[in-house]
Design a protein around this ligand. Structure first.
Ligand SMILES: Nc1ncnc2c1ncn2[C@@H]1O[C@H](COP(=O)(O)OP(=O)(O)OP(=O)(O)O)[C@@H](O)[C@H]1O
Ligand SMILES: [Mg+2]
Length: 343
């Protein structure tokens, strides 16, 4: 495969140099006619952006030769300028990373200012710890302007447990003084019935993401279907392979569209742990390595109060803060709450 790539004719310098921002639709790419475009769409590549981050073998089922696949991906890449870059340019790209507020200043602080675009943030914790509530809150927050912690964008919510509630979004929007009717219109909802369906939804999400200016993609829960469908040791390898593919699809969407990606995850008891936390997130190494940032939520003994812990981040220290989930949504705890707690 590598040898083939090296041997393949370089794309005309003209096509690569001209690429940036030029190719809007698949058919605009040199060498892609209506028939090829149709095949690519059937494979879930609806936009030039998604093609730019595709692997050559992913185009195989469309009957596209390896050489042609390489050419097409290269031109698509030139659109996004995804090539070798210097570290100073990388820093510039990092500056293009935006941050979305969780609704709680305390959580934002441990995350270094909010949830980042271009990477996956995993929220894990036991039932009722506030994972879905946080996801709902961010669907509202993403629509706020940057000065209020938002990204002026829409949200895509892939729900696997039938727990998304528009009523809850309305409550949260009202609390922030927003027009609930506008807010609910900018959230695209999809219920995933099986793990395959869940994968299918993301594989075909690029067009929806692009057309609706989606800057937040939620998968709640990432692991529930996979966990219930792939039982026992003999199915573990297949489960992990599928989860890996699914997570990579999500990373690519987040990169191509500079969006925030959030997945939720359940926890399992660790029977052999006597000290410290006796739980760990489901999904093993695949989920651990593909989630760039992992946030662990716990309930506290004090009603709406929750504890958020940053467990893993590429560059931030671990940290733990409290927040609360109330009728208003996800909020910081107030001085009153703290005083009540001390009493
Ligand atoms: N309208 C509301 N007013 C106040 N608190 C609420 C409201 N809606 C939900 N909550 C709080 O959020 C909790 C549910 O949290 P959430 O659904 O986010 O849990 P989860 O972590 O997603 O759990 P699971 O693993 O079961 O999906 C409720 O138990 C309640 O404490
Ligand atoms: Mg939930």
């Amino acid at each position: 495969m590598v040898a083939e790539e090296e041997k393949a004719e370089p794309l005309s310098a003209q096509a690569e140099a001209d690429g940036e921002g030029k190719y809007k639709r698949l058919e605009d790419l040199p060498g892609v006619g209506p028939a090829t475009a149709q095949k690519l769409r059937e494979l879930g590549f609806n936009t030039v952006e998604s093609l730019a981050t595709a692997a050559i073998r992913e185009l195989e089922p469309a009957g596209i030769s390896e050489k042609k696949a390489l050419d097409v991906i290269r031109v698509a890449r030139s659109t996004l300028s995804l090539t070798f870059i210097r570290a100073d340019e990388l820093l510039k790209m990092r500056q293009n990373v935006h941050r979305l507020s969780s609704g709680s200043r305390a959580i934002d602080e441990i995350l270094g200012g909010g949830l980042e675009t271009q990477t996956i943030t995993e929220i894990y914790g036991e039932y009722g710890s506030g994972k879905s509530q946080l996801c709902h809150q961010m669907c509202v927050n993403v629509q706020l302007p940057p000065e209020r912690g938002g990204l002026n964008g829409g949200a895509l919510y892939v729900d696997t447990e039938n727990t998304f509630r528009t009523e809850r979004i309305i409550q949260m929007a009202q609390h922030l003084g927003l027009n609930p009717e506008d807010i609910v219109k900018n959230i695209i909802f999809a219920e995933a019935y099986t793990s395959d369906h869940q994968m299918f939804l993301l594989e075909n999400a690029d067009q929806v993401v692009k057309e609706n200016n989606i800057l937040l993609i939620v998968v709640d829960s990432l692991t529930a279907h996979f966990r219930s469908e792939f039982l026992g040791r003999e199915m573990l390898a297949e489960r992990q392979q599928k989860l890996n593919k699914h997570m990579h699809r999500l990373i690519r969407l987040a990169r191509a569209f500079n969006a925030v990606a959030v997945v939720t995850n359940q926890v399992m008891a660790k029977p052999d742990v006597f000290f410290g936390d006796a739980v760990h997130p489901v999904g093993g190494h695949i989920v651990a390595h593909t989630s760039h940032t992992r946030l662990y939520l716990r309930k506290s003994s004090r009603g709406p109060t929750r504890i958020a812990r940053l467990v893993s981040s590429p560059y931030l220290p671990e940290g733990e803060r409290v927040f609360k989930v109330t009728e208003n949504g996800v909020e910081d705890i107030s001085e009153d709450d703290e005083q009540q707690g001390r009493r």
